[in-house]
Design a protein around this ligand. Sequence first.
Ligand code: ADP
Ligand code: MG
Length: 277
Amino acid sequence: GADVPRLDPATSIDRSGAPGSLAELEAREITAWFGDHKVLDRVSLTMPAGGITALIGPSGCGKSTFLRILNRMHELVPSAQLAGEVLLDGEDIYDPGKRLIDARRAIGMVFQKPNPFPAMSIRENVLAGLKLTGTRMPRGDKDDLVESCLVKGGLWNEVKDRLDAPGGGLSGGQQQRLCIARSLAIRPRVLLMDEPCSALDPTSTRVIEETMLELAREVTIVIVTHNMQQAARVSDQCAFFLASQGQPGVIVEHGNTEAMFQSPQDSRTYDYVNGRF
Ligand code: ADP
Ligand code: MG
């Protein structure tokens, strides 16, 4: 975005492989089915470390399915099948030797509808992931973690005086930022966001976009958005998904966001980014 300073990711890349360090995510030849219905066909995409990749395209072309494949949520659907590989810094998260919990911990997800635990306090919401992953830490460290995650989520100033208030009492935009803070607490290396602003007002949307631009210093971000202005404002790279009449979804075109918006190579991309379908 024009008025949001971007940091050159190369200057801040920690590639140690430790929780919280930057990682590249690469999908290779992803084909996905629900029962007999093939919904993605050999989709490959590299999502660079410390970059923001936007997935765009009409409804039903498989963007959410692709995103869920990136952190092994696709397999939660009983009829779901999958071929292909997802490499996190070169290692396939679907390798039989890899644990599901490690993939989910390293690759967080934020959904369209903010889903904090409404009765839990703001503080408990941020710490909820630690319980799930069985991570123990002293009280003081927890306080520091709550603060740093809420700062990164762009919510700290608004809630620092009421950390014990219920998460459900926050506005929609604040709840979404709480969900971002919650996903950051387990120090993911990648954050997947499925239309994170489509349920929010323009002001909250703007705050979350700024939060994303800051976060990309330490987390690789993949966002699904129907908002072309948003894709243009936040993403470095764009991938245009399309499923033609009864066909599975494919990536028609991908590349540098500015180039894709200004001089798309495919006429279907041109039509889509110009609001023609
Ligand atoms: P998008 O996010 O681009 O709108 P989706 O990934 O949600 O697309 O859906 C892609 C295709 O997969 C659609 O045809 C949709 O109906 C189908 N689909 C998605 N989720 C399921 C599911 N749980 N069971 C069966 N079909 C599904
Ligand atoms: Mg979707």
